[in-house]
Design a protein around this ligand. Sequence first.
Ligand SMILES: [Zn+2]
Length: 72
Amino acid sequence: MFYGSVAFAVFLLAVVAIKYLAPKPTGCPQCSARRQGDHPLCIECGWIFDVEDDDDDDTIATGDEIEGPWAS
Ligand SMILES: [Zn+2]
């Protein structure tokens, strides 16, 4: 059961890593359109580029919350 929890946490981290490493940071991760300089939104599909930083922080915090109670 303990190893299953760790494997599940690693699996979630792997999925998140693939999700953010696969698309090029120079373009829109949703439609692959090139970012227009200081534009915070993708002009093609409305993707919000600034959200990436918030998601990254949220993912790290969630990972700590998941591993904490199970490990101890
Ligand atoms: Zn886009």
